[in-house]
Design a protein around this ligand. Structure first.
Ligand SMILES: *[C@@H]1O[C@H](CO)[C@@H](O)[C@H](O)[C@H]1NC(C)=O
Ligand SMILES: *[C@@H]1O[C@H](CO)[C@@H](O)[C@H](O)[C@H]1NC(C)=O
Ligand SMILES: *[C@@H]1O[C@H](CO)[C@@H](O)[C@H](O)[C@H]1NC(C)=O
Ligand SMILES: *[C@@H]1O[C@H](CO)[C@@H](O)[C@H](O)[C@H]1NC(C)=O
Ligand SMILES: *[C@@H]1O[C@H](CO)[C@@H](O)[C@H](O)[C@H]1NC(C)=O
Ligand SMILES: *[C@@H]1O[C@H](CO)[C@@H](O)[C@H](O)[C@H]1NC(C)=O
Ligand SMILES: *[C@@H]1O[C@H](CO)[C@@H](O)[C@H](O)[C@H]1NC(C)=O
Ligand SMILES: *[C@@H]1O[C@H](CO)[C@@H](O)[C@H](O)[C@H]1NC(C)=O
Length: 452
């Protein structure tokens, strides 16, 4: 008897110490798990360290992933109604918005791509829809910040090559400027669809539709048997005809949630069809209902960016199941099985509950980091989609101040500044130090005359 109890206690201890205890039917249990995991997210945060930059995570994590992480933390605040990190989130979103309120802060302007800006745009969209604590009324609201990201990205829509699309990079001197990738356009698409539903302004939906149709025309999105495949992108040198067909979960995530928002608002059958074809297509990221990053996880080749992609798929699945209820019965079992699998493999690190990349196999390699923590956080908290209201709108539940023309008014605005405006030739590209100085000058003082 005593011995059995001892054995039982040892097992109980092992269970608690070397994984996360998760009862998917209990809000308290889910939030306890999410809370352990978000503490792990913040282990990588610089903003609370002496001399660290507010809003940034430590190297090697790029700036865009901070935008992703802030979106995840806003949802923790919302789903678990836990305000422990409210100030930290607020300050991070404000610190990185840049002097033109468009998420092209001077520090990032020389390296930032369309997708990087897009992920911060999605974070402030999340803040808008969750009615996150507003900035004071004399400062740009979350909605206005999102609109600035949308307006500046849409202004870069480029019909010169491939009949449309966003280039990966904003500035000519960054490698990737000649590549049109799905994720950049998909960020614009998702932000547009969500702004459309939030503000009930159909112009945003029309833009979203233009983006989606272009992705189909250029065959970055391809339909087969009612399921979409979504490819990575193509070089403009081939006029986007030679497509890199690798499939990433974050591309599905953005297209799926955007379609779901558009359907929820418009109730048009085309958006329901697109949503359903993306849900069917996204099934390639599940084995036994457990989510995995198909293109790199099995081979152990996921880079730091790719290791966070499951976070965005988890978030988008939650949004889709709520906004298009007919998808719920397909999606929710994915979330449940993935959350249970993730909890059982959050057994790394000295704390015994650091999460790992592979949720399918607890004895596989223990890669851990910011992306792994974010992915586990998102899959846990999206178990709570039934417990909290659907994303708010301007009309119902939201309170954020907007500005439909945000980002497009200022002539020295970084957003309207493309490398081509500066007439940068390949010779100039070598002198990127000079260019950096020029860009910083433009951003801070609007001294464009020096360049012209
Ligand atoms: C809120 O989250 C923090 C950080 O993980 C945690 O320490 C705290 O216990 C949570 N609060 C509640 C009421 O669960
Ligand atoms: C810009 O980068 C520098 C150097 O890393 C840092 O000290 C500063 O806080 C950053 N500023 C912002 C607004 O991020
Ligand atoms: C490039 O692709 C677009 C979109 O498919 C097409 O409209 C355009 O004619 C193509 N241009 C050339 C030069 O092939
Ligand atoms: C709707 O959005 C478009 C695109 O940003 C904007 O130009 C227009 O002013 C908006 N309409 C209203 C009524 O806010
Ligand atoms: C939109 O989302 C709400 C909230 O989940 C849901 O009640 C409603 O049925 C959805 N509308 C459509 C057209 O699916
Ligand atoms: C789990 O990972 C271990 C270690 O890499 C490997 O030996 C084993 O075959 C894997 N099991 C499955 C089912 O993939
Ligand atoms: C949204 O925030 C505003 C301002 O704090 C508040 O008045 C309103 O009640 C909130 N809405 C919801 C649904 O909580
Ligand atoms: C860049 O070149 C184009 C055409 O060569 C010209 O129309 C434009 O004014 C130039 N822009 C600047 C900023 O010099």
């Amino acid at each position: 008897m005593q011995f059995n109890r001892l054995i039982y206690s040892v097992f109980a201890l092992l269970q608690i110490s070397y994984a996360i205890d998760l009862d998917i039917t209990s809000t308290d249990s889910v939030c306890n798990a999410a809370s352990l995991v978000i503490d792990g997210v913040l282990d990588y945060y610089l903003g609370t360290r002496y001399g660290g930059t507010v809003g940034m995570f430590q190297e090697p994590y790029y700036w865009w992933e901070s935008g992703g992480a802030f979106g995840s933390m806003i949802d923790f605040w919302y789903f678990c109604q836990n305000d422990t990190f409210e100030d930290l989130i607020y300050e991070g979103l404000i610190a990185q918005k840049g002097s033109n309120n468009d998420y092209i802060p001077a520090n990032q302007s020389t390296t930032e791509g369309n997708d990087d800006q897009g992920f911060w745009g999605l974070a402030v969209m999340e803040a808008t829809e969750r009615n996150f604590t507003n900035p004071p009324s004399d400062q740009a609201g979350w909605l206005a910040l999102t609109q600035a990201v949308f307006n500046t990205m849409w202004a870069r829509w480029d019909t010169q090559y491939c009949g449309g699309g966003l280039r990966w990079q904003i500035f000519t001197w960054n490698s990737g400027y000649s590549y049109k990738n799905t994720v950049s356009s998909a960020c614009l698409f998702a932000i547009g669809a969500r702004l459309g539903r939030y503000t009930a302004n159909d112009t945003y939906i029309e833009v979203a539709n233009t983006v989606f149709e272009w992705l189909e025309d250029i065959e970055f999105i391809v339909e087969s048997n009612g399921a979409y495949s979504v490819y990575d992108g193509a070089q403009i040198s081939s006029n986007c005809s030679e497509i890199t067909t690798i499939e990433w979960s974050y591309n599905f995530a953005l297209l799926l949630s955007g379609s779901a928002y558009a359907y929820n608002y418009t109730e048009e059958s085309i958006w329901l069809e697109r949503t359903n074809a993306l849900v069917s297509g996204a099934s390639i990221f599940f084995q036994n209902n457990i989510m995995y990053e198909r293109a790199c996880q099995g081979s152990g080749t996921c880079n730091n960016d790719e290791r966070s992609f499951k976070a965005y798929l988890a978030r988008s699945l939650g949004q889709t199941a709520v906004l298009v209820p007919s998808t719920y019965d397909t999606i929710y079992p994915w979330i449940e099985a993935s959350a249970q699998a993730a909890a059982s493999t959050c057994n790394g690190g000295s704390d015994g509950h650091t999460c790992v990349l592979n949720w399918q196999n607890s004895s596989a390699t223990k890669e851990y980091g910011l992306g792994e923590q974010m992915s586990a956080l998102e899959i846990f908290q999206n178990l709570l989609i039934n417990e909290r209201p659907a994303p708010y709108t301007d009309e119902a539940g939201g309170s954020s101040t907007g500005d439909a023309s945000a980002g497009i008014s200022s002539s020295s605005d970084s957003s309207t500044l493309s490398g081509e405006d500066l007439n940068i030739t390949s010779k100039d590209k070598a002198g990127s130090g000079v260019l950096t100085a020029v860009i910083l000058a433009l951003l801070t003082g609007g001294t464009i005359w020096m360049v012209v």
